[in-house]
Design a protein around this ligand. Structure first.
Ligand code: NDP
Ligand code: HSE
Length: 440
């Protein structure tokens, strides 16, 4: 048996992920030592309540409510408490004491990432956060290391398992959103406050992290445009399927050329239509996937479990091994690369395709009128499908018509103003929906 140098590991949090990390650290200590080149000694596990029920049985003598003392003298601190405070203060204290930090805390990194990475730079420590985006899926390391020599053009990610689970079941079973959300909560996919999932906050945090890495730019959370899935109806799902699309909540991070700037980025989260033959369309259930388009590498897709205690623990332990190897090798950690410092354009500058569904009067000249408004707004029509809804007496020409208009690429601001003009026009009964079309 090799007499490895011992590294002291402090674990903060023993919930869904933390308890599994502790279990695996203890169960596989010999293998992990061989891989890391150091013995990883779990010095303690900080929790809120020593008597709380745990997913796995943990040695009682490792549990403590005193995280501050546990951190002192540790070589690696694993933060799996979640939330902003006290996680932020503990991470800063760990870095300032010379420890490397492993965290899965997307909410913290998306809001206080710059402060944390600066603190790590100051002392030459490293922060590892593979678990913060898409659970078990390796995507942080591929963006940070494997693709460091390439230029990422675009990322489209399904990065929230709860919303994918909901939309997938709405698509496949025709079920209503509220019923499926209850299942997602029961199965433990959703955040404690499910608004975080269904209103797109969780995906926006992950988009900010992905865009920062991919474009070597510090992207603040408030620069991410965010829309959730609560407006998506079963009728829209059916219409999407009929037209050969599926609706997914996408995190889109894109390198773009703006009207006034040579190079900028756009980071946005919204439900969008993608063609059913796109690789992201086949991401079902609670799974996540990140589709990366890079200049030299071409298209890459990273797929797997985006949540779950033991699955996410795999990503955490990979980071712990990396942190241990770095600690043994010595020298300063590799800081975050943010030197490109590209401007983040607002949603109004986004250029994409749209599908606009209108309910209009069924009378002569209506189609021409709608086409005219779109043309005046610089929105070019690609496809139109009309379905007649007869009037009360069953006669065509007395009721309304549903128009599903697919556009060519248009600027969001132009599209938005055009939709407002359509909504205000006499021939339009109502704007049923406006959805972006991504991925082609
Ligand atoms: P849980 O809520 O299940 O667990 C949180 C743990 O932290 C609990 O053990 C809790 O103690 C402890 N804790 C919370 N606040 C304090 C405090 N003030 N002092 C001491 N201990 C505290 O969270 P998860 O395991 O689900 O998530 C952990 C992190 O991983 C989060 O940042 C999350 O976003 C991220 N993540 C989670 C995924 C998942 O599938 N669950 C997937 C990817 C990332 P006690 O048990 O005593 O209450
Ligand atoms: N609630 C999150 C999800 C957990 O559904 O993806 C993983 O971050």
């Amino acid at each position: 048996m090799i007499d490895y140098r011992r590294l002291r590991v402090a674990l903060l949090g023993a919930g869904s992920v933390g308890s599994q990390v502790a279990d695996l650290l203890l169960a596989h200590s010999d293998e992990l030592a061989d891989r890391a080149g150091a013995a990883l000694e779990l010095a303690g596990i900080a929790v809120r309540d020593l008597d709380a029920p745990r997913d796995v049985e943990l040695p009682r003598d490792l549990l403590t409510t005193d995280a501050d003392t546990l951190i002192v003298g540790s070589d690696i601190v694993i933060e799996l408490m979640g939330g902003i405070e006290p996680a932020r203060s503990h991470i800063l204290a760990a870095l300032n004491s010379g420890a490397d930090v492993v965290t899965g805390n997307k909410a913290l990194l998306a809001t206080h990432g710059a402060e944390i990475f600066d603190a790590a730079d100051q002392v030459g420590a490293s922060v590892y956060y593979e678990a913060a985006v898409a659970g078990a899926i390796p995507i942080i390391r591929p963006l940070r290391d494997s693709l460091a020599g390439d230029r990422v053009q675009r990322i489209m990610g399904i990065v929230n398992g709860t919303t994918n689970y909901i939309l997938d079941r709405m698509d496949s079973e025709g079920a209503e959103m509220a019923d499926i959300l209850a299942d997602a909560q029961r199965l433990g996919y959703a955040e404690a406050d499910p608004t975080t999932d269904i209103e797109g906050f969780d995906a926006a945090q992950k988009a900010a992290i992905l865009a920062s890495l991919a474009f070597h730019t510090s992207v603040p959370l408030d620069a991410v445009h965010r829309e959730g899935i609560t407006s998506i109806t079963k009728a829209e799902m059916d219409a999407a399927r009929h037209a050969g699309y599926v609706i997914k909540l996408l995190a889109v991070c894109e390198r773009v050329t703006g009207r006034d700037v040579d190079e900028a980025i756009s980071v946005r989260v919204y439900p969008a239509l993608i063609r059913r033959d796109h690789p992201l369309a086949s991401v079902h259930g609670v799974n996540n996937a990140v589709f990366v388009e890079a200049e030299a590498a071409g298209n890459l897709m990273f797929y797997g479990a985006g949540a779950g205690g033991v699955q996410t623990a795999s990503a955490v332990l990979g980071d712990v091994v990396s942190a241990a190897r770095r600690h043994i090798a010595g020298g300063a950690g590799v800081g975050e690369s943010t030197r490109a410092n590209l401007p983040v354009l607002d949603i109004g500058h986004v250029v994409t395709r749209y599908q606009v569904t209108l309910e209009v009067d069924d009378r002569p000249g209506v189609l021409a009128r709608v086409a005219g408004i779109l043309s005046e707004g610089r929105v070019s029509i690609a496809t139109v499908e009309q379905t007649i809804q007869p009037g009360p007496d069953g006669t065509a020409g007395t009721g309304s018509a549903r128009l599903v208009i697919g556009t060519h690429k248009a600027v969001e601001q132009d599209l938005d103003e055009t939709v407002q003009r359509l909504a205000a026009d006499d021939v339009v009964v109502r704007v049923v929906s406006v959805l972006r079309v991504e991925g082609d």
